[in-house]
Design a protein around this ligand. Structure first.
Ligand SMILES: [Zn+2]
Length: 132
Protein backbone atom coordinates (compact mmCIF):
# COMPACT_ATOMS: atom_id res chain seq x y z
CA UNK A 1 0.00 0.00 0.00
CA UNK A 2 2.78 2.42 0.91
CA UNK A 3 4.55 1.69 -2.37
CA UNK A 4 1.38 2.43 -4.31
CA UNK A 5 1.00 5.80 -2.57
CA UNK A 6 4.68 6.59 -3.18
CA UNK A 7 4.39 5.63 -6.85
CA UNK A 8 1.26 7.77 -7.20
CA UNK A 9 3.07 10.75 -5.68
CA UNK A 10 6.04 10.30 -8.04
CA UNK A 11 3.75 10.02 -11.07
CA UNK A 12 1.81 13.11 -9.95
CA UNK A 13 5.05 15.08 -9.52
CA UNK A 14 6.27 14.01 -12.96
CA UNK A 15 2.97 15.05 -14.55
CA UNK A 16 3.10 18.44 -12.82
CA UNK A 17 6.70 19.04 -13.97
CA UNK A 18 5.77 18.13 -17.55
CA UNK A 19 2.74 20.44 -17.47
CA UNK A 20 4.87 23.26 -16.05
CA UNK A 21 7.54 22.88 -18.75
CA UNK A 22 4.88 22.74 -21.46
CA UNK A 23 3.13 25.85 -20.19
CA UNK A 24 6.41 27.79 -19.84
CA UNK A 25 7.37 26.89 -23.43
CA UNK A 26 4.17 28.40 -24.85
CA UNK A 27 4.59 31.94 -26.20
CA UNK A 28 2.91 34.80 -24.36
CA UNK A 29 -0.23 36.26 -25.95
CA UNK A 30 0.45 39.57 -27.70
CA UNK A 31 -1.87 41.52 -25.38
CA UNK A 32 0.01 40.61 -22.17
CA UNK A 33 1.85 43.59 -20.68
CA UNK A 34 4.02 42.46 -17.75
CA UNK A 35 4.75 46.07 -16.77
CA UNK A 36 1.07 46.94 -16.36
CA UNK A 37 0.00 47.29 -12.72
CA UNK A 38 -2.42 44.75 -11.32
CA UNK A 39 -6.00 45.77 -10.77
CA UNK A 40 -6.81 46.16 -7.05
CA UNK A 41 -9.29 43.28 -7.27
CA UNK A 42 -6.64 40.99 -8.71
CA UNK A 43 -4.17 41.89 -5.98
CA UNK A 44 -6.79 41.24 -3.28
CA UNK A 45 -7.60 37.87 -4.84
CA UNK A 46 -3.90 36.89 -4.87
CA UNK A 47 -3.50 37.95 -1.23
CA UNK A 48 -6.53 35.88 -0.23
CA UNK A 49 -5.06 32.87 -2.03
CA UNK A 50 -1.76 33.34 -0.18
CA UNK A 51 -3.53 33.62 3.20
CA UNK A 52 -5.63 30.51 2.44
CA UNK A 53 -2.48 28.53 1.60
CA UNK A 54 -0.75 29.56 4.83
CA UNK A 55 -3.86 28.88 6.92
CA UNK A 56 -4.28 25.38 5.50
CA UNK A 57 -0.57 24.71 6.00
CA UNK A 58 -0.80 25.61 9.69
CA UNK A 59 -4.00 23.65 10.23
CA UNK A 60 -2.61 20.53 8.56
CA UNK A 61 0.71 20.92 10.37
CA UNK A 62 -1.10 21.22 13.70
CA UNK A 63 -3.10 18.07 13.00
CA UNK A 64 0.08 16.16 12.13
CA UNK A 65 1.82 17.44 15.27
CA UNK A 66 -1.18 16.46 17.38
CA UNK A 67 -1.13 12.97 15.89
CA UNK A 68 2.60 12.60 16.50
CA UNK A 69 2.13 13.91 20.04
CA UNK A 70 -0.70 11.47 20.67
CA UNK A 71 1.40 8.66 19.29
CA UNK A 72 4.38 9.57 21.47
CA UNK A 73 2.08 10.13 24.44
CA UNK A 74 1.21 6.48 24.53
CA UNK A 75 -2.29 6.56 23.17
CA UNK A 76 -3.44 3.28 21.73
CA UNK A 77 -2.99 3.19 17.98
CA UNK A 78 -5.86 1.83 15.94
CA UNK A 79 -5.18 -1.58 14.43
CA UNK A 80 -5.11 -0.30 10.86
CA UNK A 81 -2.84 2.63 11.60
CA UNK A 82 -0.92 2.52 8.31
CA UNK A 83 -4.11 2.80 6.27
CA UNK A 84 -5.26 5.69 8.45
CA UNK A 85 -1.94 7.53 8.08
CA UNK A 86 -1.86 7.00 4.30
CA UNK A 87 -5.46 8.14 3.94
CA UNK A 88 -4.77 11.26 6.00
CA UNK A 89 -1.58 11.95 4.07
CA UNK A 90 -3.29 11.50 0.70
CA UNK A 91 -6.24 13.66 1.71
CA UNK A 92 -4.02 16.49 2.93
CA UNK A 93 -1.85 16.31 -0.20
CA UNK A 94 -4.95 16.48 -2.35
CA UNK A 95 -6.42 19.38 -0.36
CA UNK A 96 -3.12 21.29 -0.48
CA UNK A 97 -2.75 20.73 -4.23
CA UNK A 98 -6.34 21.82 -4.88
CA UNK A 99 -5.74 25.11 -3.08
CA UNK A 100 -2.23 25.63 -4.44
CA UNK A 101 -3.26 25.16 -8.06
CA UNK A 102 -6.46 27.17 -7.79
CA UNK A 103 -4.97 30.56 -8.68
CA UNK A 104 -3.54 31.95 -11.92
CA UNK A 105 -1.50 34.96 -12.94
CA UNK A 106 -3.99 37.75 -13.72
CA UNK A 107 -1.90 38.84 -16.70
CA UNK A 108 -0.95 35.66 -18.56
CA UNK A 109 -3.00 32.91 -16.90
CA UNK A 110 0.01 30.88 -15.74
CA UNK A 111 -0.88 28.75 -12.75
CA UNK A 112 0.74 30.16 -9.61
CA UNK A 113 0.89 26.72 -8.02
CA UNK A 114 3.73 25.82 -10.38
CA UNK A 115 6.03 28.50 -9.00
CA UNK A 116 5.06 28.90 -5.37
CA UNK A 117 4.62 26.61 -2.40
CA UNK A 118 3.30 28.82 0.36
CA UNK A 119 3.77 32.47 -0.51
CA UNK A 120 2.84 34.76 -3.34
CA UNK A 121 5.95 34.99 -5.56
CA UNK A 122 7.59 38.33 -6.32
CA UNK A 123 6.84 38.03 -10.02
CA UNK A 124 5.36 35.69 -12.57
CA UNK A 125 7.70 33.01 -13.83
CA UNK A 126 6.14 33.10 -17.27
CA UNK A 127 5.41 36.75 -18.12
CA UNK A 128 7.71 38.43 -15.59
CA UNK A 129 4.99 40.74 -14.24
CA UNK A 130 5.44 41.76 -10.61
CA UNK A 131 2.85 40.95 -7.96
CA UNK A 132 4.12 43.11 -5.09
ZN1 LIG B 1 2.11 35.89 -15.67
Amino acid sequence: MALIVLAALIVAAAILLALRARRLAQPLPADVDPAAPLAPGDLLRLRRWERRLRRVFWIIGSVYLALVGASLGGLEAPPDRLALVLTLFGATCLLGAMIQFSERCPRCGYNLGFQSRLLLPESCERCGGRYR
